[in-house]
Design a protein around this ligand. Structure first.
Ligand SMILES: *Cc1c(COP(=O)(O)O)cnc(C)c1O
Length: 420
């Protein structure tokens, strides 16, 4: 089946009630047939519902659908995008290890990797996704992952996927790609050799800014790397499950361990109601992403032609330095456009004058949003870190919605021209 069909039908088997909508199973727990049945479930001898922190039937349908769309072997939904990113990393590292991250990432991912993970004895090294040859020097025996974003938020950088996954494969290091902005319709990282895909489902997947959620998808070939000595936690007995060895027991060892060990112990589980909202979003994601991307390109072209704008970033704009990579790898680049004006104050004032765009630190909503990262999402970063992350102080980030694009262009035009 093709994607649009999978997004509407995959993974749902109707019960006696024959409900067209996937039911929302708002339940904490599930009844066992008897104590033997319970024991078999707890010992993972048999699959079934135990407790919603580990799994839920509504959530399971979403997991199956997003996994199918990303060409994964399995998926795990989480309470937020950050939980998905943290669990993906925590699944691979142990104290003393290091991670290699793109120098153009979502602000939350930068602070997680460079600050918060320090307390677990994990260090982070940066690399530039357009000069991945450097990875050969950066990777050592303690390196457990390379983290990239298919379209970076907010820098909008598109990585050189081919070279990155080739070098990672040579060293046997897992590549994690955050695919929040491009969505599986813009790019399928698994088809390019990425082992683990993560999403903030709070953005395009839910599609209208109604829920915080995340997910992790495992590629069928991730196991090839997990089988090596680099990832001993997948090859050695897990005492918390009577000596279970994830690689021996499962074809999907990454998701199994993330669910059975990490979700069990860290507990950032998604609400079944939010899973249902994600299912609603997936039904028309293919239509929305096409429209968001079309509007975004028109707006990027308008901004490029405006004399007051110093620079416009949109990967599928021919003048963008990411264009060669975007053209090669992306079908859609999503609805995020950013542009630079002279300074911090001008940027703040333009955002203030916008009428249709709302000042919101979110992206992927059906309504258009604008933000000034230097005073909001990236406030914790120093001037140098802002420059390094591709977020200069005069940068405005737009999340182009589904309104009529002419209205959006007029709104921007007025705000820019009324600001000195
Ligand atoms: C928003 C976002 C996140 C964090 O997701 P939450 O759902 O807000 O936790 C991670 N990565 C990217 C690219 C994002 O845009």
């Amino acid at each position: 089946m093709k994607d649009a069909t999978l997004a509407l039908h995959f993974g749902y088997e109707k019960d006696k009630q024959k409900t067209m909508q996937v039911p929302i199973y708002m339940t904490t727990a599930y009844e066992y047939e008897d104590t033997d049945h319970a024991a078999r479930l707890f010992d993972l001898q048999e699959e079934g519902n135990i407790y919603t922190r580990i799994g839920n039937p509504t959530t399971r349908v979403f997991e199956k659908r997003i996994s199918a769309l990303e060409r994964g072997i399995d998926a795990l939904a989480t309470a937020s995008g950050m939980a998905a990113i943290f669990y993906s990393i925590a699944n691979l590292v142990q104290s003393g290890d290091n991670v290699i991250i793109s120098d153009k990432l979502y602000g939350g991912s930068i602070t997680l990797n460079t600050q918060t993970l320090k307390q677990f004895g994990i260090s982070a090294k940066y690399f530039n996704v357009h000069t991945p040859e450097k990875l050969d020097e950066l990777i050592d025996e303690k390196t457990k992952l390379i983290l990239i974003e298919s379209v970076a938020n907010p820098a909008l950088t598109v990585p050189d996927f081919g070279k990155i996954t080739e070098i990672a494969k040579k060293h046997g290091v897992i590549v994690i790609c955050d695919n929040t902005i491009a969505t599986p319709y813009g790019i399928k990282p698994v088809e390019l050799g990425v082992d683990i895909v993560v999403h903030s489902a709070s953005k395009y997947i839910v599609g209208n800014g109604s829920a915080i959620a995340g997910c992790i998808i495992e590629a069928p070939f991730a196991k090839d790397k997990l089988k090596t000595d680099r990832y001993s936690q997948f090859n050695e007995p897990d005492e918390s499950y009577h000596g279970l060895v994830y690689n021996e027991k499962f074809d999907n060892p990454f998701i199994s361990r993330a669910r059975l060990a990490l979700l069990r112990d860290y507990g950032a589980v998604i609400s079944p109601f939010n899973s249902w909202l994600l299912l609603q979003g997936l039904e028309h994601l293919h239509l929305r992403i096409k429209e968001h991307s079309k509007n975004a390109l028109k707006i990027a072209e308008f901004l490029s032609s405006h004399p007051k704008i110093n620079k416009v970033n949109y990967p599928l704009l021919k003048s963008d330095p990411n264009y060669p990579y975007a053209e090669k790898y992306l079908k859609y680049a999503g609805g995020i456009v950013s542009f630079e004006v002279s300074d911090y104050e001008t940027a703040k004032n333009i955002v203030k004058k916008l009428k249709i765009f709302s000042l919101v630190t979110n992206i992927g909503d059906s309504k258009s949003l604008a933000t000034h990262p230097a005073s909001t999402t990236h406030q914790q970063l120093s001037h140098e870190e802002l420059e390094a992350a591709g977020v200069p102080e005069g940068l405005i980030r737009l999340s182009i919605g589904l309104e009529d694009v002419e209205d959006l262009i007029n709104d921007l035009k007025e705000a820019i021209e009324k600001t000195n």
